[in-house]
Design a protein around this ligand. Structure first.
Ligand code: ADP
Length: 557
């Protein structure tokens, strides 16, 4: 801007200078011409007196002048005398404008270009009393010649003026621009400079206010969006059409196993987060305008990715990717599949036996004395099936969490006592002594589930015990924790299997377990039941010496 103002001022000064020179020359040139004319007029009137008196002789006696030419012309136009040429050689002057005017009106004047272009002649003619005409002429330099004559000083003056104009223009432009440069655009309306700029500043002020409002609104929305997405357990990735991340939440980084050290991934390519082939494909497919889904296994997590394109006016403007942690679901499905396969197998075995014995009886192949034995086997297998189905039902109910029970304050000692009473006949039959140790406690819990857990633990302690063995149950509360121990002096469990025994259908000794009517689901019911009640189940066991199963409720958990 400073340069433009500088150039404008300089150009204006230059134009003014040229116009000024032209105007001065235009005014002065005719003025000097007029002066010259007056001088010629005076000279002619003085000379005319001498010529009237002495004729041509008066002229011939005049000193020779190079600037003024004197001519005497007879009334018929014949040149009688010329101060600068031979009169006899000169042509008739009757048709000269000034001569003709003088003859007609007494005096005449004329301006004519001389032979050389750089001069012009000014003529003044005066009629004498004898009819002759006295003409005086003088040359005046033409405008071009006059300008050319003073060109050099003129150029120096012009140069000086241009330098002065340049200095002035530079200062003026800086002075004009300085207030504009120091404008406080943060508070445009507080500036007090040129009146012409005020409407612009007012407009800027209004626009700034609008921008500030819009920014605050956008920030508010962004904060709202971040707040919502940061509390989502699902991961969210928003991409533009070039695969660059516009927005993401912490869950997305966590699920993709990316650390947040790099503070911000905004603006970076989404493949920086994961270079898995399936991930790349689902991103590309969404950016091609298709809905896509894929399952990624990352760092032990199963992550389902659902990708959808974002369309603007029918064109893909980006994509939104939702990442869902389906690890638990996947594991549950795998367990369920395994469970179904196991259940089918477990059901098939007794059913095959039942079917075989029933066939023998039906065909009459069985001897009459074996009929009772076979019927007994069918009954045993049917009992086994009933126990199995009932265990499956229990485990499914706990799994689904659809239990029709409510929590209540339970006297643990009384509950354990009831369980021991139910199992006493079986214990006596196996020659096992049951005892409830000193100690009592009450707990806010679901009594039927706890009863089921303890029943399974004491039942196992009897089943996997030695003849004449012992089972001792105790309860204790030490302020922070409530514990129930089921201790036996049985066969014990090898260390390598101590955690596997809680798996469904897992038995340390399959044939022994089946022999004593085990389903392999008892401890699984215990584990799920304990989790349902918010308790931990621990096992300590030494093969050949016995085992202790402990249920622990930690009130700080
Ligand atoms: P089961 O119906 O076979 O008893 P469980 O799930 O109750 O199934 O137990 C799984 C396995 O754990 C049993 O087959 C047994 O080998 C072992 N087990 C359970 N409790 C005890 C215990 N108190 N002493 C020794 N082994 C045990």
């Amino acid at each position: 801007m400073t340069k433009r103002i500088f150039r404008s001022i300089l150009a204006t000064s230059f134009a003014v200078l040229l116009v000024g020179i032209a105007v001065i020359i235009g005014i002065l040139y005719p003025y000097f011409g007029g002066q010259l004319e007056k001088e010629l007029e005076n000279e002619a009137s003085y000379l005319s007196l001498s010529v009237e008196k002495d004729g041509v002789t008066a002229l011939e006696q005049l000193p020779h002048s190079s600037s003024t030419r004197i001519t005497l012309i007879a009334s018929d136009g014949t040149v009688l005398y010329d101060s600068q040429a031979d009169a006899a050689q000169m042509e008739n002057h009757a048709d000269r404008e000034e001569v003709r005017d003088a003859m007609e009106n007494g005096s005449g004047r004329a301006w004519r270009q001389s032979d050389t272009l750089d001069e012009q002649n000014i003529y003044y003619a005066l009629r004498l009393s004898n009819g002759n005409v006295l003409r005086i002429s003088s040359a005046q330099r033409s405008v071009v010649s006059l300008v050319l004559g003073v060109l050099q000083p003129l150029l120096w003056v012009a140069l000086l003026l241009i330098i002065l104009a340049a200095v002035f223009a530079s200062r003026a432009s800086k002075k004009i621009v300085a207030p504009l440069n120091s404008l406080d655009l943060e508070n445009p309306e507080k500036n007090d400079i040129y009146d012409e700029v005020s409407p612009l500043l007012t407009k800027i002020g209004r626009q700034q206010k609008t921008i500030r409002q819009q920014l605050a609104e956008a920030k508010h929305r962004q904060e709202e969006f971040s707040l919502i997405t940061s509390h989502m357990s699902e991961g969210l990735l928003v991409l533009d059409s070039r695969m660059d991340l516009l927005s993401y939440n912490e869950s997305a980084l966590r699920l993709l196993g990316v650390s947040e050290e790099n503070s911000s991934y905004a603006g970076k390519n989404v493949l920086v987060l994961n270079r898995n082939e399936a991930f790349r494909e689902v991103v590309e497919s969404s950016l091609a305008g298709h809905h896509g889904e894929t399952l990624l296994s990352l760092n032990g997590l199963s992550c389902q990715i659902i990708a959808n394109p974002v369309l603007t006016d029918g064109a893909v403007a980006g994509a939104v990717l939702l990442l869902v942690d389906v690890t638990e679901k996947t594991q549950r499905e795998a367990i369920r599949r395994e469970f179904t396969a196991n259940v089918s197998h477990e059901l098939k075995t007794p059913l095959t036996s039942i079917s075989g014995f029933a066939e023998l009886l039906q065909n009459g192949i069985a001897k009459p004395e074996d009929t009772k034995k076979f019927a007994g086997r069918i009954f045993d297998e049917a009992q086994r099936l009933i126990t199995l189905v009932s265990d499956i039902i229990k485990i499914s109910q706990i799994d689904e969490g659809h239990l029709p029970y409510t929590s209540e304050n339970v006297d643990l000692r009384a509950l354990i006592s009831g369980v021991l009473d139910r199992l006493r006949p079986a214990a006596e039959q196996a020659d096992i002594s049951l005892s409830l140790q000193e100690g009592s406690a009450s707990l806010e819990t679901v009594a039927p589930i706890l009863e089921e857990i303890l029943y399974n633990l004491v039942d196992n302690a009897i089943k996997y015990n030695k003849k004449g063995g012992k089972v001792a149950v105790s309860v204790e509360k030490d302020g922070r924790q409530t514990r129930i121990h089921v201790q036996d002096t049985g066969i014990g469990i090898p260390p390598a299997q101590q955690q596997r025994i809680f798996e469904r259908f897992y038995r340390v000794d399959k044939s022994h377990s089946k022999e004593i009517g085990g389903t392999g689901l008892g401890l699984s019911i215990v584990k799920h039941g304990a989790a349902y009640l918010g308790a931990q189940i621990l096992v300590e066991s030494t093969p050949g010496e016995g085992s202790t199963f402990t249920l622990v409720w930690d009130s700080t958990c």
